[in-house]
Design a protein around this ligand. Structure first.
Ligand code: ADP
Length: 397
């Protein structure tokens, strides 16, 4: 069975064709600059990278080009589109309309239109991606896999904001979380690695990338997560502020003459470690700047680590114990200093890092970085969100 996984952004579209027998991507790539001049496809297959420069006015043009590459004589990996059994689409927000992976039909797409306003930065792009695929591959089975589904198991006292309950009911304003496919994947892999039944495990999973979120996972189910109504909440991120007193936003909007919309763009794009450091949103740049003596880069890194540490402490309490902490995504997998700064000082809680193991370079495999004396296992697990999307899609067929 072969599943095509699509992750559509407003001007980009990433894809992987996954062979479910081996669970490996036999082709992957992405389209950039959809709808703006300078369209480009980068396609990796058969051990080579192929680049096609072609204007891509719409997502439909992008999907059509991807399919052309997939069946191409040299760049291709399949003979015809018929070899694709189904398409799995990544969708950021499900609202309360969808609790799990859902097969696409007209009614489902009407519901998707209704909840698009919940994630205005992300969901409209996913809808474009689905509609484009339906246009180019009519009749093909497609699934929506939501970033929020894994968090649907949070108890009400964890997902609710303390606002007027009627407003929650009316407008569905609550914590939904994000990165669910990643948290789910690494929690599952951690259980396998530890040789335990997920039902017996208490885990904290740290997805630390450009966007970062931390989840508490008990018995294989998410019980709390740091992102909120949107991915803006939680720890400071590359360009997102993370948690902030909303009254400070109102004050800033007045002072800077920003509308609420502009204020939200500011919080999403200009804040986080970029805003604090004034250097970059990229942790590699921050580490280099800190080493060169830039104190604001030092401050940004310290704020990030401190915030992650606080979430770990909070979730240890929420879980009532802890078997393992898992690090994943760009920063979580590749940045020993950040892991050290997050976990430093937690030894009294049974969380002890092994400096040498922590320094090991990421080679794409799971590695354990806790000391022998650590009561809590500390694991680095490379994430694979596309595989979760493919598995969920395959399971639905
Ligand atoms: P995204 O949310 O865009 O998928 P990633 O998970 O790729 O983000 O994480 C990007 C972050 O990971 C950047 O801050 C980057 O500096 C950091 N990082 C550190 N080392 C690496 C590495 N070797 N490869 C990729 N990202 C890295």
């Amino acid at each position: 069975m072969k599943i095509l996984v699509i992750n559509a952004g407003s001007s980009s579209l990433k894809y992987q064709l996954i062979n479910m027998e081996t669970e490996e991507a036999i082709a992957k790539g992405g389209c950039e600059r959809i709808g703006i001049p300078g369209g480009k496809l980068t396609h990796k297959a058969n051990g080579q990278t192929f680049i096609v420069e072609q204007e891509l006015p719409t997502h439909t043009d992008a999907i059509a080009l991807v399919l052309k590459e997939l069946v191409d004589e040299t760049a291709g990996v399949i003979r015809s589109m018929d070899e694709i059994d189904a398409v799995g689409h990544r969708v950021v927000a499900s609202g309360e309309a969808f609790k799990q992976t859902t097969l696409v039909d007209d009614h489902v797409m009407e519901l998707m239109d209704e909840i698009a306003e919940l994630a205005p930065l992300h969901n409209p792009a996913a809808i474009l991606g689905v509609n484009a695929c339906r246009a180019v591959m009519p009749g093909k089975k497609m699934a929506l896999v939501f970033d929020t589904s894994f968090h649907a198991t949070m108890p009400d006292y964890a997902y609710l904001y303390a606002i007027d309950y009627d407003d929650y009911k009316r407008y569905k304003v609550r914590r939904y979380g994000a990165h669910g496919t990643s948290h789910k994947y690494v929690a599952g892999e951690a259980a396998k690695y530890l040789g335990k039944d997920p039902a017996d495990l208490k885990l904290i999973t740290c997805h630390l990338g450009n966007g970062s979120s931390i989840s508490a996972v008990k018995g294989g189910k998410c019980i709390d997560t740091s992102m909120g109504f949107t991915p803006l909440a939680g720890v400071p991120m590359g360009t997102r502020s993370g948690d902030i007193d909303v009254a400070a936003i109102d004050f800033l909007c007045h002072k800077k003459g920003m509308s609420m919309d502009e204020g939200l763009t500011y919080l999403n794009k200009k804040c986080g470690v970029l805003g604090i450091s004034g250097v970059s949103s990229d942790f590699r740049d921050l580490a280099a700047a800190k080493d060169a003596g830039n104190d604001r880069a030092r401050l940004a890194l310290d704020m990030f680590a401190y915030s992650c540490k606080k979430y770990i402490g909070a979730y240890l309490a929420a879980l009532g114990g802890l078997d393992a902490i898992v690090f994943t995504a760009g920063i979580g997998e590749n940045t020993p200093d950040v892991r050290r700064d997050i976990l430093g000082g937690l030894e009294a809680l049974g969380i002890v890092l092994d400096a040498e193991k922590n320094a090991r370079k990421n080679d794409g495999t799971i590695h354990e970085i806790s000391a022998e004396t650590s009561a809590v296992k500390i694991l680095v697990i490379p994430t694979n969100e596309e595989l979760v999307i493919a598995r969920e899609t395959a399971a639905l067929l």
